[in-house]
Design a protein around this ligand. Structure first.
Ligand SMILES: [Zn+2]
Length: 258
């Protein structure tokens, strides 16, 4: 029996070696200060939607959100985003306290500079496990569900697809201008609605790593360390900046969770 277990461990460690991130994927993946890859450890991520989004952008926002979630529904072990179309006031309050998942809109006193949208994530620093994510859309910027090449507005569908990539744990792909996860949007441009091959590979490779590592950990019979103290959590903010014909760097924000 012991022999069987060690052979299994050996096989699994070979698999782990085979799926370490490539240099190209590494740019899309986020790491905590403890060098852990950011990820969910559950098959489904429930994401309540603020009803105010439909008030501001029309009921078509629900189809746009479903399309954005579908873009990331790649099977291959990537968690599925389960949209909850009528988020409750209680869920909103939890999200405002960075304690629950949410996709919402801020209509005044936007606190994140000139960003079109941000995703705020709470992450276990040692494990890299996502605890909660909140997407906030900046209603003070010109965002629309239907834009064209000459439009002065930004494509909200592309913005939603980009932010859901952050919800799944991806970071900004600053050197991949073809990608949905490229952090800059230009007015009237719609290409970020559709994932590039590099987006797909990054997210499927990320979750392939965790499929195998969970098996490997249970095989070694060593429990995954739990990080319960507030100091172990980071809040990472991934912001999306508007492009003005040249590339602008996003702001980087990372601060201890209080
Ligand atoms: Zn972003």
């Amino acid at each position: 029996m012991r022999l069987f277990v060690s052979s299994l461990c050996f096989g699994l460690s070979l698999l782990v070696a085979a799926v370490v991130p490539t240099r190209a994927d590494a740019e899309f993946m986020r790491r905590t200060s403890e060098d852990a890859l950011v990820h969910w450890d559950r098959p489904t991520v429930r994401l309540p939607i603020d009803p105010n989004l439909a008030t501001i952008y029309g009921p078509e926002i629900y189809d746009a959100l479903a399309d954005a979630a579908d873009a990331w529904a790649l099977d291959s072990g990537v968690p599925r985003i389960e949209l909850v179309f009528e988020g409750t006031p209680e869920e909103h309050a939890a999200a405002a306290a960075e304690k629950g998942n949410w996709i919402g809109v801020i209509t005044e006193n936007w606190p994140y500079g000139d960003q079109l949208a941000v995703t705020v994530s709470t992450i276990g620093a040692q494990s890299g496990r996502l605890v909660s994510t909140q997407v906030w859309i900046n209603a003070q910027r010109p965002l629309a569900l239907e834009v064209s090449g000459e439009d002065h507005r930004y494509d909200l569908r592309g913005v939603l697809t980009h932010e859901l990539g952050h919800v799944l744990g991806l970071g900004e792909a600053e050197h991949a201008p073809e990608a949905t996860m490229y952090p800059t949007f230009r007015r009237g441009e719609t290409r970020q609605r559709t994932l590039a091959r590099s987006d797909e590979l990054a997210v499927t490779n990320l979750y392939a790593i965790f499929d195998v590592q969970f098996l490997s950990t249970s095989c070694a019979a060593s429990p995954i360390p739990r990080t319960t103290g507030t100091r172990a959590f980071l809040v990472g903010i991934s912001g999306l900046v508007a492009g003005y014909g040249r590339t602008r760097r996003r702001r980087r924000g990372r601060r201890p969770h209080r």
